[in-house]
Ligand binder design. Structure first.
Ligand code: MN
Length: 383
């Protein structure tokens, strides 16, 4: 039987690679729904190729263009964020890939869990913002959350068959990004183009900037805490510039398990799609002779303050990680528009963590309110 999928964020980097995995295995997967934020041309092309039941464009202004382009086909065309939260609940869907950018992943992920759909989670911000809520809903509705983030997929693979053995610590590897060896002074003047030039991974703009600032690794630490039920103190971040080891698990007997591979997101995507099976792949193989040495170093939280803020936010708990995320989304956008410098992103995030209203035990509505408040405050701080 085929697995029926909904791909949220189908025109992004993860979404397009997910569709490549699907087209390599037409006997295993079928696409029920595709959703995109803005990129209507690519969405039209994907819809014509994969013939889903429904396509949704989040930006309602693009609806007429999408509707007209697909008029000759029996595809339902919807628009808006609520339509995305609605489509994921459709009866035939088995699994929802959440590959949209940022906070927008939260509402449809909750809707999908409540409709008992398995989640292939690529949108880490969902767990950063509301990890406690998401994991408790997943437990209540007995829904698996399958990680697509490469580090978390690595840890998930290392834990296979080990579910009853306590974790001593998780070792989350980080490439260190393009500015690993930059001094603080040099970081002050890096450009948008330099930040967008990641040494190992090809990704969307938002996550690439987060990787350069190490906010991505801070988010991944929070994501790992929720996915694998460990404390922040049990998560060690280790800079490993070759990105060959995708992450590791240390058990109580001292054994360390690692998952290795070339940096290609199609592996974690296909593992989440086919779990617990592994699919045959034509991907290039890891060639150890290409790597004379694998190196490791401690991250520098003084130069890359976002890492320290992420630990601080998750230790404070409540809505603080939501505050961290909302401030980050706004400053990254401002950096991408050349409105602020690289280090100012961290300055403003720190201010927002002190300024925004803290809620110790947030419900869904509190996250919505916090996100709104912090975006507003951050925009004011940018003026
Ligand atoms: Mn990652």
């Amino acid at each position: 039987m085929k697995r029926t999928l909904a791909i949220l964020g189908s025109t992004g980097s993860i979404g397009t690679q997910a569709l490549e995995v699907i087209s390599e295995h037409p006997d295993l997967f079928e696409v029920y729904a595709l959703t995109a934020n803005n990129q209507v041309d690519l969405l039209i092309e994907q819809a014509r190729k994969f013939m889903p039941e429904v396509v949704v464009i989040a930006n309602e202004k693009k609806y007429p263009e999408l509707k007209e382009a697909l008029e000759d086909l029996p595809i339902k065309v919807w628009a808006g964020a609520d339509a995305i939260a609605q489509v994921v609940q459709s009866e035939p869907i088995h699994l929802v890939l959440t590959a949209m950018v940022g906070y927008s992943g939260l509402q449809p992920t909750i809707a999908a869990i409540q409709a008992k759909k398995a989640i292939a989670l690529a949108n880490k911000e969902t767990l950063v913002v509301a990890g406690e809520l998401i994991m408790s809903l997943a437990a209540r509705y007995e829904v698996p959350i399958l990680p697509v983030d490469s580090e978390h997929s690595a840890i998930f693979q290392c834990l296979n068959g080990e579910w009853d053995n306590p974790i001593q610590q998780l070792i989350l590897t980080a490439s260190g990004g393009p500015f690993r060896n930059h001094s603080r002074q040099a970081l002050a003047s890096v450009t948008r183009a330099e930040a967008l030039n990641h040494p190992n991974w090809t990704m969307g703009a938002k996550v690439t900037i987060d990787s350069a600032s190490l906010m991505n690794k801070g988010f991944e630490m929070i994501e790992a805490k929720w996915l694998f039920d460990v404390t922040p103190d049990q998560i060690k971040i280790l800079v490993h510039p070759q990105s060959v080891i995708h992450s590791m698990v240390e058990f109580e007997d001292g054994a360390v398990m690692a998952q290795l591979g070339i940096p290609d997101m199609k592996l974690p995507i296909s593992y989440a799609f086919s779990y617990p099976k592994r699919l045959k792949s034509q991907m290039p193989r890891l060639d150890f002779s290409q790597y004379a040495t694998l190196t490791f170093e401690e991250p520098d939280m003084q130069r890359f303050r976002n890492l320290a803020y992420a630990y601080e936010a998750v230790r404070q708990g409540g809505n603080m990680p939501c505050i961290l995320n909302a401030a980050n989304e706004v400053v990254v956008e401002a950096f991408l528009q050349d409105k602020i410098g690289f280090l100012q992103m961290s300055d403003i995030i720190e201010q927002m963590m002190q300024k925004a209203t803290f809620v110790a035990s947030p419900a869904y509505e509190d996250y919505v309110q916090t996100d709104k408040e912090v975006r507003q405050l951050t925009r004011e701080a940018l003026l």
